[in-house]
Design a protein around this ligand. Structure first.
Ligand code: AKB
Length: 321
């Protein structure tokens, strides 16, 4: 039987696109998408899909026995804003879900595990510009605390139980194929849809709130690159810093205005402002570059052009890009 790859939490923003990329590489029938409930996105019709609540150990065991995957991508989590609203669920999904996957990696001898961390592992005492891989980390959100604890567990399972677990600290992810949900960086996706529909965006962050971001094709490339690197190349077994670009809401507005004249943003910061203020402005990802050759392709303007080019037909718009 060919190599089987299980993606847990596959219907989210990253999972939807990752399943498509993995199926292009490994073949539709070898990539098993799974999530707590079915999605009607076309992507999932091309190959196997399993309803899987990662907190349900019996269900998980059944899926593992059925497919015997050699790689597991575990993406199921509550993001920053949702986990603040539902702290108990945020903690149990983010931590117990990870424990179930790491324990299964030992029991079922899963070859490689991927688990995403986030810039949310950093906190108010962290150096804010060009944040290094190793520095003060004092996250003050449930999501950030769960990601930092998760990173420590990943390294522990690598060192003590021999699990080949790999991880990236994602910045905000921006893409046109799937919607984000429950994050603090989500404005940077909805702003493009608003530019092509109402021509106005109501931003939940202040105009100068600079955050690290990454365009989805780069995020997919980084994820596949670290999973395809040799075990020796992956020297950090907690999670790698990863950077693409950094901008604030004023700068992304200006980038969109180059192609959508008349577009405007109003700033009405809400509870998410505090979360954003506790995160870095920019990230130093030298270790990822040195260890497994990471290099992003997109800057802000290249991303804006690609987002608008792909979204404009959906809204019946023609732009000169
Ligand atoms: C969020 O905003 O919660 C996520 C993240 C940075 O991990 N996009």
């Amino acid at each position: 039987m060919s190599e089987q790859i299980l993606v847990i939490g596959s219907c989210g923003q990253l999972g939807t696109e990752l399943v498509e990329s993995l199926r292009n590489i490994y073949g539709n029938s070898n990539v098993i998408a799974s999530d707590i409930r079915q999605s009607d996105d076309e992507v999932f019709k091309a190959g196997p899909f399993e309803e899987l609540d990662i907190l349900n150990k019996q269900q998980f065991t059944d899926v593992l026995n059925k497919y015997k995957p050699s790689q597991v991508y575990h993406l199921a989590a509550l993001l920053s804003a949702t986990a603040e609203a539902k702290p108990k669920l945020g903690w149990s999904l983010n931590m117990d879900g990870l424990f179930n996957v790491l324990d299964a990696a030992v029991d079922f001898k899963i070859g490689k595990v991927y688990w995403p961390s986030s810039i949310a592992v950093f906190g108010p005492s962290t150096p804010v510009n060009n944040t290094p891989q190793n520095c003060v980390m004092d996250p003050n959100t449930i999501y950030g605390i769960s990601k930092l604890a998760g990173e420590r567990y990943c390294e522990y399972y690598f060192q003590k139980r021999g699990v080949d677990v790999r991880s990236l600290r994602y910045p905000g992810l921006i893409g046109y194929k799937s919607e984000p949900g429950g994050g603090t960086t989500d404005y940077a996706v909805s702003i493009y849809h608003d530019a092509l529909t109402s021509g106005k965006h109501n931003c939940f962050l202040g105009e100068s709130t600079e955050l690290p971001m990454l365009y989805m094709p780069d995020a997919l490339k980084a994820t596949l690159d670290i999973m395809h690197a040799t075990a020796e190349q992956v020297k950090i077994r907690s999670s790698y810093n990863l950077a693409g670009m950094s901008f604030d809401p004023k700068e992304i507005t200006a980038s969109i205005q180059k192609y959508v004249p008349g577009f405007s943003t109003e700033y009405n910061p809400d509870h998410r402002q505090k979360i954003a203020d506790s995160w870095p402005n920019s990230i130093d990802d030298s270790e990822a570059r040195e260890d497994w050759g990471w290099k992003p392709a997109y800057d802000l303007d290249a991303m804006t052009q690609d987002m608008l080019k792909n979204l404009a037909p959906r809204y019946g718009k023609t732009l000169s890009l």
